[in-house]
Every structure is written in C-alpha cells, then in structure tokens.
Design a protein around this ligand. Structure first.
Ligand code: S3P
Length: 433
C-alpha cells in the first residue's frame, strides 16, 4: 500500500506471527557509498528501498557510478576505485536524509571538483557546522548557509590532510563523514570518541579492506589504500523492529518473532532498556553477516515498570527514544529520558513533538531541556495527532494509537516512506482486532 498522508487507527488486541523487517537504513547507506568508491563488482542484498537510501543511490549515480539491478532486484554497483567519482552536473538533493548528506559530504570533500549538496525543508534546518568544521580542518573548501550552519553545502574538495579530531557530540554521522574523508588523505586521521556511537562505518570499512584501526575511544584511518567491492547482506533494521517490539509488549495478547534483525551492540540500547523495564524479549539464532551481528527477536506481551534512561545510553538508542516514550506511557511509575539533547536536531525536535503529541492521548509528560519525564500507568485515549513530517514520530504515534481506547488519526505521515515504506502492510499482516 502507498503510504498515505493521514493514517487512521483504532485499538487492537495484539499482534501475532512471524515477520521480517526491511534492511537496516544505516547499513544500506554505507553499503552503497563504500561499494561506489571500491574496486570491482559490489552487490547489496536486502537493501532498504526507502526514499532516504534511494537518494543516496541516486547521488552516486549523479556522481558517475554505474548502478544496476540483478534478476533478484539486488543492487549491483560497478566500482572503479577511490578517485573514480565525477563532478555532478546539477545540485545533489539528499531529500530528508541527514546520514546521506553528511556521509556524501565526507566523500565529496576528497574530490577536487565542485559539489553542491542540499535536502528538503527539514534537512536544510539541521546543523551542518558539525561536519563543516572537521572537513575544513582536513583542508576541504566547504561552506554552507548562515555561516556554514546549514545546507545547501558547497564543496570544493581534494588535497586533504590527516587530522586528529575529538568529536564534540556522540554522532555516527559526523564520525563517518570524517572517516570517509580520511580515505582521501595521506597519513592517519585519528578520531577521538569520548562517548561511543553506532560503529557500522568502522565495521564496514574493515570489511572492505580499508586501513583502519579501532582502539578504546579512538579510531585511526590511513588514507590512500584502495578498498575492494563486497557482496553485502543488510540485516533487518532494529529501528524498524522497535515499533513492533513495543506494540507487542503493550498489547495484551501478543507474541511475535522478528527474523534476521541487526543486533550490533551499538544499536541495542532499546533491548537493554526494555529488558530493564520488565519486557519479555529473547534473542534467538544469533549469527554474523559481513561483520555485523544478527538474530531473531521473540517478543511477548509484558507488564512494564518505569526506568531512567541516562546520557551514556542515549547514542545506542537515539532513534528509538520516540517509541520508548510510548512504551513509558504504559510503565508503572515515572520514566525519565535524560541527556538526550541530540533529539532536538533530528527530522523534527523530537523532544517537543513527542511531548506535545503524547499529551493529546491524555498522558502527563514534562518537557525538560535534554529529555522528558513521563508519568506511566494510565490508559491512553484516542487523539488527533500530527507526525510533523518526521518518520519516527509518525510511526510512534501510529503504535500509540493502536494501544489507545477509541480512534486515533495522525496527519503528516507521508514521511514514513523515508525509512519504512511497508510499515503499514506489515502491521496489517499481523494485527489481531
Ligand atoms: C545515523 C546516526 C544517527 C541516527 C541516524 C542514523 C547513521 O545520527 O540518528 O538516524 O546512520 O550514522 P547521529 O549520528 O547524528 O546521532
């Protein structure tokens, strides 16, 4: 089904069955980017066919990379090496995707031609100075609107030098932009990471044969070495699975098995937090694909109790905080989400948007500077909500609506296409009314 711009839902009894969620968004972006600058034939299986990842694919096509499909619809990339990209004939539009834009900025900074990167209204409001600063330090001629704060970014790259850079915020996007630019330097770029964030770039760079060394709170990447194209299987996206996990926990008669989900430790904060809240979640059939951990998640209805989510846990569950806020509404006691200021810089200000929308369901929520405090344990009543063009907010509200008495409508939901186009179909296939 096409994703509509208004979604109506009503309370359900539960969800039952076995599902697979679409491929991981972070890994899909990286598989395209690395295969595009590698040497040889790269194949991507279980690629996430969402607007964000398709924009990254198009940005590489615009930069001269040969990309096709095989007879199973897998992505096939004919990589010609680190320096094979060409100047795009037009502005490159990354749509809604912060990951796409920031990672491409890192790659294009290594090239001595002109690139202009832009995005939609939401992306053009998100901070870009966090990548402009380190990329300038590496020698790229890069600037953005309003004193380098915002896209469009204009980049004239090439001739980069290795640097040492301490990340001022735990951001995998910033880290990855620097790592990718680091492929184009002579010498070793050192990134100091006081608080760890998702490590897909590091794992994949290693898998492709880059000269990368991983230490405690520190990463070293040495440029100049070509990387080799790979066949990548993208595990299911835990950020997509999160909506089904929470819905299963909150509804009375639920039991689901979610197959082949990526369970990289730097992404599993949601599982640790929910387990602490009393959730019945088991990980079965653990395996490893292309350097990434994968497993099946078996989830059953549970009684939850409140918890406090602290700053150091936030990066490992940053994208799941909106749906965790929904879970907190059902948990006995007061749940605190602390140290999560980064939420304000996502596709919407997720602290403000989630607090505003949860209140419409009758929940008592306090907005604090770096998070929120949620009074759990009361029943939700159906509401008329807004998704703010933010996919994770919109999907969290759909789930909230399915647990709330009566009917709920959510406006501005078209954005769900950016990360999870078959979200509604999958929900329909397992829900019990
Ligand atoms: C991502 C990193 C995170 C996350 C985003 C995807 C990535 O952002 O919120 O959805 O793929 O690197 P930050 O690194 O900016 O926190």
């Amino acid at each position: 089904m096409e994703v509509p711009s208004r979604i109506g839902v009503s309370q359900i009894k539960g969800i039952k069955g076995e599902i697979t969620v679409s491929g991981d968004k972070s890994i899909s972006h990286r598989a395209v980017i690395l295969n595009s600058i590698a040497r040889g034939k790269g194949i991507i299986k279980n690629f996430l066919e969402s607007d964000d990842c398709l924009n990254t694919l198009d940005s590489m096509r615009q930069s001269g990379v040969e990309i096709s499909r095989d007879n199973q619809n897998n992505i096939v990339i004919n990589g010609k090496g680190l320096y094979s990209l060409k100047e795009a004939e037009d502005i490159i539009d990354m749509g809604n995707s912060g990951t796409g834009l920031r990672l491409m900025a890192g790659i294009l900074s290594g090239h001595d031609f002109l690139s202009i990167l832009t995005g939609d209204g939401s992306l053009r409001k998100r901070p870009m100075d966090r990548i402009v600063k380190p990329l300038k330090k590496m020698g790229a001629d890069i600037s953005g609107r309003k004193g380098d704060q915002f896209a469009p970014l204009v980049i004239k790259g090439g001739n980069l030098n290795a640097v040492e850079y301490e990340l001022p915020m735990p951001s995998a996007q910033v880290k990855s932009a620097i790592l990718l630019a680091g492929l184009y330097t002579e010498g070793t770029t050192r990134i100091l990471e006081p608080v760890r964030s998702r490590n897909h770039s590091e794992l994949m760079l290693k898998w492709f044969g880059a000269d990368i060394k991983l230490g405690e709170g520190e990463i070293g990447i040495t440029g100049g070495r070509e990387i080799e194209a790979q066949e990548i299987f993208v595990p299911g996206d835990i950020s997509a699975a999160a909506f089904f996990i929470v819905l299963a926990l909150l509804t009375k008669s639920s039991e689901i098995l979610i197959k082949n989900v990526g369970i990289n430790l730097t992404r599993c904060g949601i599982l640790t937090i929910l387990n602490r809240m009393g959730a019945k979640i088991e990980i079965l059939n653990k395996s490893k694909v292309c350097g990434e951990e994968m497993g099946d998640l078996y989830v059953r209805s549970s009684e939850l109790k409140a918890t406090t989510i602290f700053e150091e846990e936030v990066p490992f569950t940053i994208d799941e905080l909106p749906i965790l806020a929904v879970a907190a509404c059902f948990a006995q006691g007061e749940t605190k989400i602390l140290g999560a200021r980064e939420l304000r810089y996502k596709e919407s200000d997720r602290i403000k948007t989630m607090v505003t929308e949860l209140r419409k369901f009758g929940i008592t929520v306090e907005e604090i500077e770096d998070g929120m405090i949620i009074e759990g344990g009361s029943n939700l009543s159906g509401a008329h909500c807004i998704g703010y063009g933010d996919h994770r907010v919109a999907m969290s509200l759909v789930i909230a609506g399915m647990t709330a008495a009566g009917n709920t409508t959510i406006d501005d939901t078209y954005c769900i296409r950016t990360s999870f186009p078959n979200f509604l179909d999958l929900l329909d296939s397992i829900k019990c009314n």
